[in-house]
Design a binder for this molecule. Structure first.
Ligand code: ZN
Ligand code: ZN
Length: 397
């Protein structure tokens, strides 16, 4: 196994043409969650060419490959997600590799994640572990869920992708920092709990609210309560937020509606805040009923748990990055947020870390994650490949 970070980076840089070729092939043929058939075929083809054995069809379209030394030692997993988004790529993006599928695009950089993990496989094929082993997890469907509320990370965890794993690491590209800079958020993922609240009443004539329950008035109180209960029940030093993204009810000006349906999302960054928020918010049911309305509250399938970076694992990834890029390579805490990342399902099964890899485009106007003008600076891909390989080398000792 390569143990000198500079040597590893040199080897990874020699892979840039291939990394770029894999990433562009994926970028031109984006596939949505659990539809990553061609993507998985490309991964399988490359692993086969490298002589690496793997299992396909784990978590529907996922792939798990083990490269084991045959000697005792730790098993370190590396994870890349493979799915694209239902976004139409901007015509101003590079025609050399723009998406060829209308309405679908790799706008979160998962094409680069997959390419970099194939790059790690290529390094491992040439310079395999001398003790313990490495597991490569190519994960489908990070961005969304199937009808049962299952995402790719959740399904792969259920199907044993983390069995025997001592630690799991991942990278995510970021358009905030340039190539050569890395950053991190102490939380890998915020908790995500989506809800549905349904208010019901008899409905009635707009001129006679006293003969019914005015659900519009109840709705106003319920919205106020939803937005007040979370901040007033959570330690102000902890982050938690909530958004009602959809309110539906009523059809016309002179009818008091018989139903309102609200849908929203609750995000927190700690297990304590999540537990308190989940309890607090359900008090709106009591309020709505006290005002005479029927009210049901339902947490929708597909919740994501909070996952936190393990300090030692994050420290290992940062040590690798600093050894290659210099001590000043760690950017600010720009990534602190309440976004969900379904790596949390894998990350909660072993000490875990996720590092953000700067891939900001050096020229041109390019947007954030999940925008039609998103793009990455491909010269960062060898850095990501090298950081993953070198982190594994450090952990296997
Ligand atoms: Zn995304
Ligand atoms: Zn992503």
């Amino acid at each position: 196994m390569l143990t000198d970070p500079h040597d590893t980076l040199t080897h990874a840089q020699a892979l840039l043409p291939k990394l770029s070729q894999w990433r562009r092939a994926l970028h031109q043929h984006p596939e949505l969650g659990f539809e990553e058939y061609e993507t998985a075929r490309l991964v399988a083809r490359e692993l086969q060419a490298l002589g690496i054995e793997f299992s396909a069809g784990v978590g529907k379209t996922g792939i798990v490959a083990d490269i084991h030394s045959g000697k005792p030692g730790k098993l370190i997993a590396l994870r890349a997600d493979m799915d694209a988004l239902p976004i139409h790529e901007a015509a101003s993006n590079d025609p050399a590799y723009r998406s060829q599928v209308a309405g679908k695009m790799h706008a979160c950089g998962h094409d680069a994640h997959t390419a970099m993990l194939i790059g790690v496989a290529a390094l491992l094929a040439q310079h395999p572990p001398t003790r313990g082993g490495v597991r490569l997890i190519f994960q489908p469907c990070e961005e969304t869920q199937d009808a049962n509320g299952d995402s790719g990370g959740k399904l792969m965890a259920h199907e044993g992708a983390m069995r025997g794993v001592d630690a799991v690491l991942a990278l995510h590209v970021t358009p905030i920092q340039p190539a050569g800079v890395v950053s991190y958020d102490p939380a890998i993922s915020a908790s995500v709990d989506n809800f549905e609240c349904v208010l019901t009443g008899a409905g009635g004539h707009a001129s006679m609210p006293h003969r019914t329950v005015d659900l519009s008035m109840v709705l106003g109180q319920v919205l106020n309560a939803i937005y007040s209960l979370v901040p007033r029940n959570i330690d102000p030093m902890q982050a938690a937020t909530l958004t009602v993204g959809s309110v539906h009810g009523g059809d016309t000006h002179n009818v008091i509606p018989a139903e309102y349906r609200l849908v929203g999302t609750l995000r927190t960054r700690s297990r304590e805040a999540r537990d308190r928020a989940l309890q607090a918010i359900e008090q709106v049911v009591v309020l709505a009923r006290a005002l005479g309305a029927g009210c049901t509250w339902r947490w929708l399938p597909g919740a994501l748990p909070v996952a936190l970076n393990d300090e030692a694992m994050l420290g290992t990834m940062l040590a690798s990055a600093k050894a290659m890029l210099g001590a000043g390579c760690v950017g600010g805490a720009d990534e602190l947020g309440l976004g969900g990342e379904d790596f949390s399902f894998l990350a909660n099964l072993a000490p875990a870390a996720m590092l953000y890899l700067g891939t900001k485009m050096p020229h041109g106007e390019h947007g954030d994650w999940h925008t039609p003008t998103f793009d990455i600076d491909e010269t960062a891909m060898p850095i990501g490949t090298a950081i993953m390989y070198d982190s594994v080398a450090r952990l296997l000792g």
